[in-house]
Write a protein that binds this ligand. Structure first.
Ligand SMILES: [Ca+2]
Length: 187
């Protein structure tokens, strides 16, 4: 055991360095951590989207030993999505958002804002939305069998205290897979 201790110490240091290096402000953006009922930990489904029917679902799926988020929806009449709120620090002026996504059986709803999307919204210290929601949006607009990388730089409003992160099939049908969601403050 004594011989193992230095190794454990080095391993802990390496883990710490890794965490420092990535600076992802989204907990469980990798979806590796599974919470209650087989759902991705740290994420919630808001009440207004909880109209679950036989043709809707959200889950942590697994492939090659890695987990990712899967949203499934078979109609374009309402929306299905998950959400989290993360604190925003005063000194952040912009954020680099990146993720991997793929999409199958996609049918976009009738409105321009409908789709398979990641929505970001900024809130002030009173919890009020700043400007128009969403402040930033990333998404896929057509079926895409292979994982594809999405990336965007987002400006942080100076009065922002919190940010909402939503992954949503907004009035659209499809199987929307998301993994490796990272939001990193730009130095
Ligand atoms: Ca993952």
């Amino acid at each position: 055991m004594t011989r193992l201790l230095p190794l454990i110490f080095i391993f802990a240091l390496a883990l710490h360095a890794l965490a420092e290096d990535t600076k992802n402000i989204v907990p469980n953006g990798s979806f590796e951590e599974i919470g209650d009922k087989g759902l991705p930990a740290a994420w919630t489904m808001p009440e207004e989207w909880r109209k679950k029917t036989y043709d809707e679902d959200w889950m942590a799926e697994s492939e090659d030993g890695k987990n990712f988020l899967r949203l499934i929806k078979r109609n374009t009449t309402d929306s299905l999505g998950i959400k989290m709120v993360v604190p925003v620090q005063k000194e952040w002026t912009s954020l680099e958002v990146s993720l991997r996504a793929r999409l199958a059986d996609f049918e976009q709803g009738p409105e321009k804002w409908n789709g398979a999307l990641i929505w970001l919204g900024f809130l002030d210290a009173d919890g009020q939305q700043i400007g128009n929601f969403p402040n930033a949006s990333l998404g896929i607009q057509e079926n895409c069998q292979e994982w594809s990388e999405l990336r965007k730089t987002v400006t942080v409003p100076p009065e922002a205290a919190e940010m909402t992160v939503q992954i949503i099939l907004a009035r659209s049908a499809g199987t929307f897979d998301v993994d490796d969601l990272e939001i990193v403050p730009v130095e």
